[in-house]
Write a protein that binds this ligand. Structure first.
Ligand SMILES: NC(=O)c1ccc[n+]([C@@H]2O[C@H](COP(=O)([O-])OP(=O)(O)OC[C@H]3O[C@@H](n4cnc5c(N)ncnc54)[C@H](O)[C@@H]3O)[C@@H](O)[C@H]2O)c1
Length: 437
């Protein structure tokens, strides 16, 4: 039997720091409050409802994940966060319009107590937004110190044992790695010099990682996935995860594409379009923010279908992704996919998918799971990039020189095997010869 990893107990309160108290964050917070008061069920959350098979199929051992590894209980979560708008969490949830008022009202007093701290924000990185609740500082280093001061105060005020941070802010404009991002020294110099290569999201990520706090990015923009912050995370012991939550259309893509490839069905074209009317949709209406999202959404099929290995099936795949801002729909996104398939002897077929989903309802359980699993990783002394959390993301962060794993089923196997490894249980290979030998 392998040896279990030492994991510190999940004792005391866990502070969940959310950057951006918009639709995703408020749906997560209100949802956790509703669940812990018994008003609703945590559907979609692996940490709350999932099981993991241990041992051989003949053993019939499939305990709940929360009974296998020590996770913080929902009762021990305390939420805090930053936003450029001053609305408390109840008002922000009403604006987001995801959870119906009757349910929100049941947890209203607790939601009203969560008021956003002034944000680090610069419109240069999110063109379609502007708000009054913004920090002023000498330079970006000073702003990072202010974020750290907010974190210390939050920790002391609520007697928190540990913290995690998740960026749930708007998608920033497209950026690529630059010289400023290469080392901790170059990054800190860039903060002092107010370098434009450091967007607001990186300032929060730096603050968390410097404090040894686990950090995840729910959006597609470049934040902690740069050498300077990955190195800093290794030094301070911060686990990292990201990026861009895998919800609606991309979730379905990573469910369907592995199936088509498994049966060696060719794909000539995959056209995805959707309408979305929430604030996220408004921000993504800006071409520079959309480019960040587009890159994240488009990479998925290339990695899953592997055209370099299967040129006859996928070499000329035409993949188009569109997001149209359409206010009447609010958070209730509608997505259409048209897939042009090729079968035996080159005969063509089509598959059409029409998904009427709720963006933040799909995202909230992911934010909760990622926060709880990152805290577990921290207590298990796992630092840096946590590839086993790829399951939750459209653009999984990964080690340099490695291609990211996008197939949802491989990702789930990786996640569950990591839990087995942590507990010193046999990894499951699905070979299964022993049942027949
Ligand atoms: N909902 C989903 O299914 C989903 C899936 C994948 C990714 N995402 C990403 O998650 C993020 C949040 O989505 P949402 O639907 O909640 O959007 P939202 O617009 O409702 O919320 C984002 C919030 O972030 C705030 N914000 C922006 N910049 C900030 C800053 N620098 N500091 C503090 N607050 C800041 C905004 O004021 C807003 O309240 C977006 O980037 C979105 O692309 C969402």
């Amino acid at each position: 039997m392998p040896t279990p990893v030492d994991i510190a107990p999940a004792s005391g309160k866990l502070g969940v720091l959310l950057v951006g108290l918009g639709a995703v964050s408020t749906t997560t917070i209100a949802g956790v409050l509703a669940v812990r008061n018994g008003f609703a069920k945590p559907i979609g959350s692996l940490t709350q409802m999932g099981t993991v098979r241990l041992g051989k199929r003949t053993e019939n051992r499939s305990p709940k994940i929360s009974d296998v590894v020590p996770l913080s209980s929902l009762d021990d979560l305390v939420f805090g966060g930053w936003d450029i708008f001053e609305d408390d969490c109840y008002a922000a949830a009403r604006t987001a319009g995801v959870i119906e008022p009757a349910l929100l009202d049941q947890v209203r007093p607790e939601l009203e107590k969560i008021r956003p701290w002034p944000a680090v924000f610069d419109q240069r990185y999110v063109k379609r937004l502007d708000g009054p609740n913004v920090k002023k500082g000498k330079n970006k280093k000073d702003l990072a110190e202010q974020v750290i001061a907010d974190i210390h105060k939050f920790k002391a005020d609520h007697h928190l044992e540990r913290l995690v941070m998740v960026w749930c802010g708007s998608t920033e404009i497209f950026a690529t790695e630059s010289a400023a991002h290469q080392t901790i020294e170059s990054f800190e110099r860039a903060l002092e010099k107010n370098d434009t290569d450091i967007p607001s999201s990186m300032i929060y990520a730096y603050a968390a990682i410097r404090e040894g706090i686990p950090y995840a990015n729910a959006a597609p923009n470049l934040t902690a996935d740069i050498p300077a912050l990955v190195d800093l995370a290794a030094k301070t012991g911060s686990p990292l995860a990201g990026k861009d939550l895998k919800t609606g259309q991309t979730l379905l893509k990573t469910i369907i594409a592995p199936g088509l490839k498994a049966r060696l069905l060719g794909v000539e074209g995959w056209y995805s379009t959707n309408i979305l009317g929430n604030r996220d949709g408004e921000v993504l209406d800006d071409p520079e923010s959309f480019k960040t999202k587009e890159e994240s959404k488009k990479s998925v099929l290339d990695y899953i279908l592997q055209p370099q290995l299967y040129p006859d099936l996928y070499e000329n795949l035409c993949h188009v992704v569109r997001i149209n801002y359409y206010p009447p729909r609010g958070d209730n996104k509608e997505g259409w996919d048209n897939i042009d398939l090729v079968g035996w002897l080159g005969y063509k077929m089509q598959l059409k998918i029409n998904f009427l989903c709720r963006d933040s309802i799909l995202a909230a359980p992911i934010v909760l799971d990622v926060a709880l699993f990152l805290d577990l990783a921290k207590r298990a002394n796992m630092r840096g990039i946590q590839e086993w959390l790829s399951f939750y993301f459209k653009s999984p962060v990964h080690a340099p020189g490695l291609y990211p794993e996008h197939d949802l089923f491989i990702q789930l196997m990786k996640l569950k095997n990591t839990l087995r490894y942590l507990k010193g249980e046999e990894l499951i290979t699905h070979l299964g010869r022993e049942y027949y030998d």
